[in-house]
Design a protein around this ligand. Structure first.
Ligand SMILES: Nc1ncnc2c1ncn2[C@@H]1O[C@H](COP(=O)(O)OP(=O)(O)O)[C@@H](O)[C@H]1O
Ligand SMILES: [Mg+2]
Length: 227
């Protein structure tokens, strides 16, 4: 097996006035390439904070974090912002509960967004291919307001995959969808993991989505309590 994420003693402490909130408290975790890990737990248990740390979207307070062999955080220090940007762009795709599509851009332009700041040969063709894979080929020139919620989340998935990430990170990806659309997104994520061995790390309350995970981990008060 091939470890893609390794964390030890990972913590994130917020200070609110005199109060200290240990949003993530001393988490040890190893994730293998190709795994599908689902984090579960009550609201406020630290799920979002933890996956933001694992995805290099937020900086830990203490601990160590190694991603694809790169030490991202250790000895109270992060990689430089420039190197972190590279890790995010090359290794990760991100999906959120709110789709965060840009309302003034078309579906195709939204899918190409991760490459807004540098040119990539073949990008337009890649966007069309990705749209086709997600059943969006007839929506390429539509604006987000002209498509359904399920289609919006599929656009967000296409955008998350356009850089060919090794790890897909998702925070409650079906949280804003009805059952039918949730089941579609669940099927897409399941296929990506099974078919392409994409590593998936997500937070979900959706039992069907969680049932496809190779590992379910529960958080309580910032701590991992079970495997
Ligand atoms: N930016 C922040 N500042 C202060 N406290 C925060 C911040 N973000 C999250 N928290 C707190 O950290 C804890 C974990 O939050 P979160 O990771 O969002 O949990 P979950 O995603 O499981 O609902 C909560 O007590 C929350 O209020
Ligand atoms: Mg959350």
């Amino acid at each position: 097996m091939n470890t893609i994420i390794s964390a030890t003693g990972l913590s994130k402490i917020y200070t609110r006035g005199a109060e200290q909130i240990k949003a993530v408290n001393n988490v040890d975790l190893e994730i293998q390439s190709g795994e599908f890990v689902a984090f579960m737990g009550a609201s406020g248990s630290g799920k979002t904070t933890l996956i933001h740390l694992l995805g290099c979207l937020d900086t830990p307070s203490t601990g160590t974090l190694t991603i694809a062999g790169k030490e991202v955080f250790a000895a109270e220090k992060s990689l430089s912002e420039k190197k972190l940007t590279k890790v995010r762009a090359e290794l990760f795709g991100y999906i959120f509960q709110k789709f965060y599509l840009i309302p003034t851009l078309t579906v195709k332009e939204n899918i190409m967004l991760p490459f807004a700041f540098y040119k990539k040969p073949g990008l337009h063709q890649d966007a069309v291919t990705m749209a086709r894979r997600l059943g969006l080929e007839h929506r390429l020139n539509h604006l987000p307001k002209e498509i359904s919620g399920g289609e919006m989340q599929r656009v967000a998935i296409a955008r998350a995959l356009i850089n060919k990430p090794r790890i897909l990170l998702a925070d409650e990806p079906t949280g804003n969808l009805d059952t039918k659309r949730s089941d579609e997104i669940t099927e897409i994520l399941h296929d990506l993991n099974r078919g392409e061995k994409l590593t998936i790390i997500l937070v979900t309350h959706n039992p069907l989505l969680a049932s496809h995970a190779s590992r379910k981990l529960e958080l309580r008060d910032g701590q991992l309590i079970s495997e």
